[in-house]
Design a protein around this ligand. Sequence first.
Ligand code: NAD
Ligand code: DAU
Length: 331
Amino acid sequence: MRLLVTGGAGFIGSNFVHQTVRERPDVEVTVLDALTYAGDRASLAPVAEKVTFVEGDVADAELVDRLVADADVVVHFAAESHNDNSLSNPWPFVQTNVIGTYTLLEAVRRHGTRYHHISTDEVYGDLELDDPAKFTAETPYNPSSPYSSTKAASDLLVRAWVRSFGVQATLSNCSNNYGPFQHVEKFIPRQITNVIDGVRPKLYGTGENVRDWIHVEDHNSAVWAIIERGAIGETYLIGADGEENNKAVVELILELSGLPRDAYDHVSDRPGHDMRYAIDSSRLRTELGWEPHFTAFRDGLAATIEWYRANEAWWRPQKDATEAKYAQLGR
Ligand code: NAD
Ligand code: DAU
């Protein structure tokens, strides 16, 4: 199989490439990545010899057409992915997430190529803390932020290209990932690296907001299950029953780092901050036989802390610029 992975130098995409090279030696991997602030070739260094890397934009129609013509399957991870950035400057989100997806869809339509679209549970909006409901593929779209609305737009393009043009696509909407190679702007790596730097972790608002954490390896094993066994046109929700509120996550990072559990600060809240996400992944489990392996969040988080301690050379170059952006927001 010749596989084109967009966004393969980012957090989830690079882990996907590592997992693919490790477990599927017969797959030929090409990565297309624009190397924005969020992409880092160092994340692919251990597999550099086994992967073809192309630096370029998913909205570059000529380049995309050429790469798609040589692929059997496209997995589209590339995106602007951070909610806080989308609130400061939404345009790159519209350009990459909407126009980039459109560009890929037109190419896979022309070449009849199998396409898997990576999306987020944030397209469904949020749930109340005391609501017993979880998101399913039937939950109506109700995105809150510029980020999630552009991801929702991209999902709707995929569905329309399946129905109107017969594009061979599947979609997945996953909850919050954690694990190695995640940019230090994101919640868990930001707090881990703050602690390493002797800075108190920062909780937005009350810290009651709930995210449904899944280890990135489990997200990626689900993506492979969908590529291999998913039904064309179908949407699969990916989650591992990992609901935790932000306060509990910060307390656990502090405890696992040998510090008092209350050694954090509250900072101003994110505008429009979604309260709770929760995924019902039963379709993926019953129809495709997928199960997560990293079910003990405490162990997964401890291993992630260890990874950031051992790989300071990877994240250190990003840390000051990231904190300078947050300082401007007062967070
Ligand atoms: P990331 O920000 O870490 O990586 C994004 C990658 O895309 C980077 O390597 C970047 O250089 C590349 N990129 C950005 N714009 C590009 C463009 N125009 N052309 C080519 N490459 C471009 O993001 P991530 O957290 O790894 O997320 C990957 C995908 O998974 C996204 O589609 C995101 O919406 C989705 N997702 C993320 C999570 C999560 O918890 N992080 C959860 C569910 C879904
Ligand atoms: O649900 C899937 C989504 O998860 C993905 O689609 C996004 O790409 C990914 O970034 C993530 O979005 P969130 O906004 O949930 O992730 P983030 O890491 O930015 O924040 C997680 C929670 O932590 C959120 O409630 C905000 C809060 N937070 C974040 C930061 C950076 C803090 O309390 N303090 C912080 O310093």
